[in-house]
Design a protein around this ligand. Structure first.
Ligand code: PMP
Length: 485
């Protein structure tokens, strides 16, 4: 049975967050009953919508866009200088040591962890220790390089530090890397990254933090290198922190990058090339093959400056209030089960990422109803954390085998999962109130549409209705002169 927490416990004061405009946050979206309503966007753990001022900044800087490094023109010199400045802004944001650390721009957290998995040297027999909480992107990249072991989590998705220590002690120095998420993209649980680092360092392991969820919502500091609680490598993505372009960053030990051959060899990564010999360039160039995402790094640095002006503490206070409101609202519904910790009293240890199931309603159906009947954008499924979802949903071996068989036959209709609402700085108490109202109706089996599931994709859509994107920007053939306007 789902034990409901006390709903009176948390009396947080709501402080209205002052933040610059976020583009498209109140787009009008169509509903099944032909109305149009301003969308309620609660899919921020996947991607956030961009800050208007960062988009404006890109427009201002674009006329000067030119490739960096060896260009001798004005624009190239300008972009080269700004690129270095942007790198600095990113490093400062997470408390790097500018002498000993380096910022490597990447496409995303996934690319960043793949980069680390490829440049960290593993001696035969060395392993990676991670947790059952991880996104696949902090699991699969390591599996190609070393044996990966997963620390268990309890039924609330919490990790035991004693278990971590026991494992490291028993491993006799075999663990080369402890790689953990800063916060779960399923349960919102925030991991004690600095306590984990102290333990991992005691046993000689490097500490990698997947900051994809944590960095956009909390002030994260890597701390000095000589502090045992120091984070060796931090990886995060701009698209989850209101940055308009696909860019992220890896921040960490320059000497480890220097000791490795490039993950992606190519133009820009070398000092000298002969047909039979290559001398690699120093870091960071040796890890930035080809033309980097120059505008992307500019956008990330500007986004960070905007977030700093809003204040990460203010973001945290605002999101905590809304998270407590959401947990308290869902706790009133006996049919709703929250994955992980559902007690609003523990919100200081969690982000505004709330995944839940509704008894008797498929997760894909619930997400479809929220979209088609309420204009609420959420996500459903396993959120790229299948081992964790199976654990939290208590999927039996038999159910799992059946599901695997169906997947092999191309049917996704039975895949276990949940619905996830994830907050961003633009969300309001009214958004949460509407979500709770909508979930209340779903829990009572009240909806209008006649939904059919596509057996192959597992998705539900209402009969006789589909979204029409014809009037939105796209790629249909334009009259050739329309581009000149
Ligand atoms: N780790 C976590 C915890 C995530 O939530 C995500 C994105 N959902 C990733 C890694 C992967 O990030 P990206 O899509 O930017 O590669």
């Amino acid at each position: 049975m789902n034990v409901k927490p006390s709903t009176t416990a948390v009396q947080l004061k709501h402080v209205n967050l002052a933040y610059p405009e976020v583009i498209g946050i109140r787009n009008q979206v169509p509903l099944l009953d032909s109305r149009y309503v301003p969308q309620i966007f609660l899919d921020n753990a996947a991607s956030t919508k961009p800050f208007q001022c960062v988009s404006n900044f890109l427009q201002e800087i674009q006329p000067y866009y030119s490739n960096i490094h060896r260009g001798k023109g004005f624009d190239s010199s300008f972009c080269t200088q700004r690129y270095q400045e942007a790198r600095h802004v990113v490093g400062e944001f997470v408390g790097w040591d500018c002498e000993r650390d380096v910022v490597i721009p990447v496409r995303s957290t996934t690319e960043g962890i793949n980069l680390l998995a490829n440049i960290i040297h593993f001696a035969p027999g060395q392993t990676v220790l991670t947790t059952l909480l991880e996104h696949h992107s902090n699991d699969l990249p390591w599996r190609r390089q070393a044996k990966v072991e997963h620390l268990p989590v309890n039924e609330k998705g919490q990790l035991s530090l004693d278990e971590l220590e026991r494992h490291l002690k028993a491993s006799n120095g075999r663990v080369r890397v402890v790689s953990v998420t800063g916060a779960s993209n399923v349960t919102g649980t925030i991991l004690p990254i600095h306590e984990i680092a102290v333990i991992a360092h005691k046993y000689g392991a490097l500490v990698v933090v997947d900051g994809a969820q944590l960095v956009p919502h909390r002030q994260v500091q890597m701390r000095p290198h000589d502090d045992p609680s120091h984070i060796d490598f931090l990886v995060f993505s701009g698209h989850k922190m209101n940055c308009p372009l696909g860019v992220g960053a890896v921040v960490g030990h320059r000497n480890i990058f220097d000791a490795a051959t490039p993950y992606q060899p190519g133009g820009g990564t070398v000092s000298s090339v002969h047909l039979d010999q290559v001398i690699w360039a120093d870091t960071p160039n040796r890890n930035e093959a080809g033309t980097p995402n120059i505008l992307g790094l500019f956008a990330l640095a500007r986004t960070i400056q905007v977030l700093e002006s809003v204040g990460m503490e203010a973001v945290e206070t605002h999101e905590r209030y809304l998270t407590a409101q959401l947990l308290q609202g869902l706790a009133q519904l006996p049919q709703v089960k929250i994955l992980g910790e559902s007690n609003p009293e523990t919100i200081q240890n969690r982000l505004g990422v709330v995944s839940f199931t509704v008894e008797g309603v498929h997760h894909a159906l619930a997400a479809a109803i929220l979209s088609y009947e309420w204009g609420i954008a959420v996500r459903n499924g396993c959120f790229c954390a299948q081992p964790l979802l199976r654990h939290l949903l208590k999927v039996t071996k038999k159910q799992d085998l059946l599901c695997q068989e169906e997947i092999l036959q191309g049917n996704q209709h039975n895949v276990p999962g949940a619905v996830r609402a994830s907050l961003g700085l633009h969300n309001t108490a009214a958004d949460i109130q509407t979500l709770v109202e909508a979930v209340t109706c779903i829990a009572r089996q009240q909806w209008q549409g006649n939904y059919k599931q596509d057996v192959i994709t597992g998705e539900f859509s209402p009969q006789g209705f589909c979204f029409n994107f014809n009037d939105l920007p796209g790629f249909k053939t334009e009259p050739s002169n329309s581009f000149y306007r």
